[in-house]
Design a protein around this ligand. Structure first.
Ligand code: GDP
Length: 332
């Protein structure tokens, strides 16, 4: 449906004035996949960028049930009590596939959701992981321009979502659980390599001893992997989001990590590298979607698929045909 062009100046001013309704509208705009909305969103981001970039961007991941929302509710409330403004964004790839979103429950983070110094936004629900990631990166710019100095991006350990989030934050926290028998169960080796801080959660009551043991074993496993850069050794702590214990210690490590990045000049380098890899990820998505939507490619694909079934064409030969069909009318 057509609508009048947005007053982007008013929207940018509303975001800078920290008006929650404007922040919400601006994020809705960057989440929209419509071409005209996207053009407006990019203009808005250009206006907001000078006011962005000053937050500590923190990724938090862990399997469903590890206690992410309870932990973020506790940490976020401590931070707002200490005078910070906290935005929580989410990257939930399950929300793009079905309505059964893992992170979508409205009752999550009840304290933060009611806290005027916090802004909690559920995951965008349209598009691919790439689309959700793009919207979230752009939402980071919006909330930073709105003066949130701590931005938490939450994700579940599904598919590529952890690396996607690690690639948009300064510090990546993995929440883990102690399991009797096999302490490393459910933790992919790849995620140990991208975690800057690891906390074994639910270290309370009868689980405390198990959690401490799991933390020691994880620290040992990390030493074997040796993934951390020389300037930073990934610490493994224990905490309980529900009891609030250990949360301050986790926060101290998150800020220590950020300080190390700043002191080495790695913060600017990391963010610039992220922007460049983001550019290439978007370029790949854009080229692929143009290629797949191209009418010459689609008609060549119809023939090629039939020939693959006949056995008269190999898949590799078919790819050459598709590329030739795509290139034929260049430039388009
Ligand atoms: P999420 O799916 O990772 O966001 O996990 P939730 O925060 O929703 O918590 C999942 C379940 O674990 C809920 O039943 C919580 O009450 C419980 N839980 C969360 N944090 C803790 C904790 O620190 N200790 C214990 N014992 N239970 C917790």
């Amino acid at each position: 449906m057509a609508r009048a062009p947005l007053d982007l100046e008013a929207m940018a001013a509303g975001v800078r004035a920290r008006t929650p309704a404007w922040v919400a509208r601006a994020i809705t705009l960057v989440e929209s996949t419509r071409a005209d909305h996207q053009a407006e969103a990019q203009q808005l981001l250009t206006m907001l960028t000078p006011d962005a970039g000053r937050s500590h961007r923190i990724g938090i991941s862990g399997v469903p049930g590890v206690g992410k929302s309870t932990f973020i509710d506790a940490l976020g409330s401590d931070l707002t009590a200490a005078g910070h403004r906290v935005a929580v964004l989410a990257v939930d790839p399950s929300s793009t596939r079905s309505r059964g979103s893992i992170l979508g429950d409205k009752t999550r983070m009840a304290r933060l959701a009611a806290d005027p110094a916090a802004y909690v936004r559920p995951s965008p629900t349209a598009g691919t992981l790439g689309g959700v990631a793009k919207a979230t990166r752009e939402a980071i710019v919006v909330v930073e321009a709105a003066g949130y100095d701590i931005v938490i991006v939450e994700t579940v350990g599904v598919g590529q979502s952890e690396t996607t989030v690690a690639d948009m934050v300064d510090t990546f926290l993995l929440l883990a659980l102690a399991r009797t028998g096999d302490q490393l169960q459910g933790i992919k080796k790849g995620i140990l390599e991208i975690a800057d801080v690891i906390a074994v959660n639910k270290a309370d009551g009868p689980h405390e001893a198990d959690a401490k043991r799991a933390a020691r074993e994880l620290a040992g496993a990390l030493r074997l992997i040796g993934g951390s850069p020389a300037a930073w050794t990934t610490p493994v702590l224990t905490c309980s989001g529900a009891a609030g214990t250990g949360v301050a210690e986790v926060w101290a490590q998150l800020t220590a990590h950020r300080k190390t990045l700043e002191e080495n000049g790695d913060l600017t380098r990391r963010r610039n590298d992220q922007q460049i890899s983001w550019m290439w990820a978007m370029a790949r998505d854009a080229v692929l979607s143009r290629f797949l939507a191209d009418s010459d490619v689609r008609s060549a694909a119809g023939t090629a698929e039939q020939q693959i079934r006949d056995g008269s064409l190999t898949p590799a030969q078919a790819v050459e045909r598709l590329l030739a069909a795509y290139g034929r009318l260049d430039p388009r």
